[in-house]
Design a binder for this molecule. Structure first.
Ligand code: ASN
Ligand code: ZN
Length: 326
């Protein structure tokens, strides 16, 4: 997220310290595409560990599948969030876990000290507690959990890289499905949903609604005192081309907004037709350097079976964000 980059030079050490350490740690963390305890089956299997503020993974096992809640709220939220995400992919798309073959979902909470992020590292989830000044604990947000786990799905289904427009698509898919899991869990229609990622993750008195907004990219946070300003574009004319401030989490605003516009135009539950079209598109084997326009055309192919009204609404959405020309 570009929030971290914005805050890394903050004058207060209470803000700057944990942010700087989180960014250092994020650079150090590697991606481990190999599975750790992969024993496929038809039932979901969750394991939640506690890092006890160390950075050794996975840590101490606290809760395994079918065990009752333990006395650690972060453990229980990581467990429940992985469960809801699993149920979403299973019932909505008939997908059995992140790899489609029932892989175990391992999560580790209390990662590091005041760690300001959550991450899928290719083999497992890790969650920081937040610094207690800017951020709350990352396990509190179902859409954050589903966003990170979706990175595991994206890794299995696509070759999308993590740079340029492909990287922004990677982030956008994680946001779209992250938001859909939340909408599905609350049985919300597109009109009822807030379309925010991690609503309330910033601690008061910070002037911020959430990390990102799919409905209005660029409006999630604006706190002058902290020097925080949401720079996500909602249109191609504002595409960020410099590589300084986390462009993948910035330019994702454009495809995020196209999905939102499409879902709003169709009405009803966004995980139904729009979600299915995005899911089918994700599963077509998107290339490493897939751009927004190629992705948009793929969604139009996937939309064809839903008829002309759907295709027209989708075309309009991609035009409104400037990805397809009028
Ligand atoms: N929370 C970040 C994300 O998934 C962490 C990362 O891996 N870039 O977008
Ligand atoms: Zn992400």
């Amino acid at each position: 997220m570009s929030v971290l980059e914005s805050l890394q030079a903050h004058e207060s050490g209470r803000v700057r310290g944990p942010i700087g350490r989180t960014l250092d740690e994020m650079r150090r963390l590697e991606y481990h595409p190999a599975a750790r305890t992969d024993t496929p089956g038809s039932h979901q299997h969750r394991l939640v560990y506690d890092c006890e503020h160390q950075t050794r993974l996975p840590g101490t096992l606290r809760r395994r599948e079918a065990q009752p809640p333990c006395d650690d709220a972060d453990v229980n939220r990581a467990y429940d969030g992985a469960g809801t995400t699993h149920e979403f992919y299973r019932t909505v798309f008939g997908r059995n876990s992140l790899d489609g073959h029932g892989r175990h979902v391992i999560s580790s909470v209390h990662y590091g000290v005041q760690f300001d992020n959550a991450r899928w590292d290719g083999a497992q989830m890790l969650y920081g507690d937040g610094d207690g000044v800017v951020f709350k604990s990352f396990t509190r947000f179902l859409d954050v959990i589903a966003h990170e786990l979706t990175h595991g799905v994206i890794y299995n289904e696509t070759r999308l890289g993590y740079e340029g427009q492909a990287g922004a698509l990677n982030e956008s898919l994680a946001d779209v499905f992250g938001s859909l899991v939340k909408q599905w869990a609350h049985r919300q229609t597109a009109a009822q949903a807030d379309w925010l990622m991690a609503k309330g993750i910033f601690r008061p008195p910070i002037q911020a609604k959430a990390l990102r907004s799919l409905a209005a990219p660029g409006s999630a946070y604006n706190d002058k005192r902290l020097g925080l300003h949401d720079t996500q574009p909602a249109h191609m004319r504002d595409l960020v081309t410099d590589e300084i401030r986390d462009p993948v989490h910035t330019n994702s605003g454009i495809p995020n907004h196209a999905f939102y516009l499409f879902a709003k135009a169709l009405g009803g539950h966004a995980w139904e037709t729009p979600g299915r079209i995005w899911y089918d598109t994700m599963c077509t084997g998107l290339r490493e350097n897939c751009g927004f326009a190629t992705f948009a055309l793929q969604t139009l192919f996937a939309a064809e079976k839903y008829g002309t009204t759907t295709v027209e609404a989708l075309t309009r959405a991609w035009r409104l964000v400037g990805v397809l020309e009028d």
